[in-house]
Design a protein around this ligand. Structure first.
Ligand SMILES: C[S@@+](CC[C@H](N)C(=O)[O-])C[C@H]1O[C@@H](n2cnc3c(N)ncnc32)[C@H](O)[C@@H]1O
Length: 507
């Protein structure tokens, strides 16, 4: 008889793995408890056959009953065999119990594994669902990201364009401001030119010409100024018709009568020459003086507005344009001296004076400040010409003597819209008894004093004074207040009787 070998516990690698797994499961559900419920197989008693309440007789765990050999001599052989059988049965029962235990354990573990598997499956499914959701979410986020990215790119492009536009506008604005600042500087320079002449006590312009004079000659003072001057001499007016009987020529309704020359030394052509001149006067004369200016707006236009003060609306150009339109609408004859050009003569006007239309006189000068007596207001300046030049230029009877230069001179006047009337001449007798004339008709070669009108005493408020001192051989003529002048008064001096013709409408 070969005793059965001790049952091998399920300790294969797989089993071990399972055991490891089971150990984990034991932690959550005790295998020991299960075992306690497992029905055990009780061993039979060797003698009575009753189940033994004690532990197993023989076991694979090494508690094998050792039978003495030779058997107990005191027992008969049958008894001995019976005893052995009992022991064997007992041992087998024990072994069976153990195997049952193992089977139970295995069953239990299988159940555990199934449960675990089930759970793992559920978890897997859940994870798979999660994964699907995550994938969808990732897809959504990716899509959203791409959309936003596109939107952002559009936004960045838009902002870049806006930025570029803003930058361009800023540059333009800066250039505009710089231009305005330049214009402002120019304007300031002009205004500075109109600063108060402290030395004379009267605000007036120091033009380049005056500065030149001042530097060369020193400032004029009433003491230095003599009284040998003569008022401007009217030489002739452009005429359109001549009334032989009345010996009156007419220009736009204004009569001009020939006056024989007086002892003043004024250039004269004589009656015959006058008649001849009037009859032959070319009708193509473009320069006609009218004493009734129609430009109501000129008062404003004579002021120079800085563009930054008037939002660019009242610049000299727009004023000129406006006035030209108004003049054309009124269909009136425009005197060239009424044109609101920004000429040096008009620019030289001091800020304390206004150049404005005076009824019946054309343009005139109004003071905005009171001026005490004895003050030098300004200088009468212009082209200084000798008597023969004056005659050639302004007397048509002398036209046969006119040189090409005289015609160029005349054309230049007309091209620049300047008059050729000869009504702005101021004669000065020099120490050698010869007369020279200051011709202030050309606004590009004169000062604001050319606009001073005539008033007979006591209506006049300034006297012309001329000095024998000369600068480069040229005379100096100044206006000095002969009484206190109120603000708002027109500045006038007495032209003298020689100036006017009998039918002149002297206001
Ligand atoms: C030296 S300019 C004076 C400025 C001129 N009013 C102008 O607008 O240019 C002289 C001319 O002005 C006008 N004038 C000056 N005083 C006047 C007066 N009291 N009455 C009428 N006309 C006058 C005459 O046409 C005269 O020939």
């Amino acid at each position: 008889f070969t005793p059965p070998s001790t049952p091998t516990p399920p300790t294969t690698t797989t089993t071990n793995t399972r055991t490891d797994t089971l150990l984990l499961l034991h932690s959550s559900q005790s295998g020991h408890e299960k075992r306690t419920h497992r029905p055990s197989i009780a061993p039979l008693s060797p003698h009575t056959g009753a189940t033994s309440s004690s532990g197993p007789i023989g076991s694979s765990s090494g508690v094998t009953t050792v039978h003495p050999f030779p058997p107990n001599p005191r027992l008969p052989a049958t008894k001995y065999s019976e005893q052995i059988l009992h022991d064997e049965i007992h041992r087998l029962r024990h072994t069976l119990n153990e195997r049952n235990d193992d089977v139970d354990t295995l069953v239990y573990e299988v159940v555990r594994l199934r449960e675990w598997n089930q759970r793992a499956k559920i978890a897997n499914e859940a994870r798979s669902n999660d994964l699907t959701l995550l994938r969808k979410e990732a897809e959504r986020l990716k899509h959203e990201f791409e959309t936003r990215n596109r939107q952002n790119e559009d936004k960045v492009r838009w902002l870049t364009e806006r930025l570029e536009e803003e930058r361009r506008q800023c540059v333009e604005e800066l250039e505009k401001r710089e231009r305005l600042l330049r214009e402002k500087d120019e304007m300031m320079a002009r205004l500075q030119q109109r600063q108060v002449n402290e030395e004379d006590g009267v605000t007036r312009t120091m033009t380049d010409m005056e500065v030149r004079w001042k530097n060369d000659m020193g400032s004029p003072s009433p003491e230095k100024i003599g009284s040998g001057g003569r008022v401007p001499h009217r030489q002739y007016r452009e005429t359109m018709s001549y009334d032989e009987n009345k010996q009156v020529a007419r220009v736009g309704g204004a009569p001009i009568m020939y006056r024989p020359p007086k002892q003043s030394g004024m250039a004269s052509e004589g009656r015959a020459g006058f008649v001849e001149r009037v009859q032959k006067r070319a009708v193509d004369s473009t320069t006609v003086l009218t004493d009734t200016p129609t430009m109501e707006t000129y008062a404003q236009s004579s002021e120079i507005h800085a563009p930054w003060e008037t939002a660019g609306e009242s610049t000299m150009d727009s004023i000129v344009d406006q006035y030209m339109v108004e003049s054309q609408q009124s269909k009136s004859t425009i005197s060239t001296s009424d044109l609101p050009m920004d000429t040096p003569a008009r620019q030289s006007l001091p800020s304390t004076f206004r150049l404005t239309p005076i009824p019946g006189k054309g343009l005139g000068i109004i003071t905005t400040q009171s001026i005490p007596a004895g003050q030098v207001l300004g200088e009468y300046k212009g082209e200084v010409i000798d008597a023969s030049t004056k005659d050639r230029r302004y007397l048509s009877s002398q036209s046969h003597e006119q040189t090409p230069q005289d015609w160029e001179w005349r054309q230049s006047r007309l091209d620049r819209g300047q008059g050729v009337t000869g009504t702005y001449l101021y004669g000065v007798t020099q120490p050698n008894e010869e007369s020279v004339y200051v011709d202030a008709e050309d606004e590009y070669n004169s000062l604001w004093t050319r606009f001073i009108n005539h008033a007979s005493p006591p209506g006049d408020n300034v006297d012309p004074k001329s000095s024998c001192e000369t600068w480069n051989g040229e005379p100096r003529v100044w206006f000095v207040s002969n009484r206190d002048i109120d603000a708002g008064e027109e500045i006038c001096f007495d032209y003298g009787d020689d100036y006017w013709l009998p039918d002149d409408n002297v206001v």
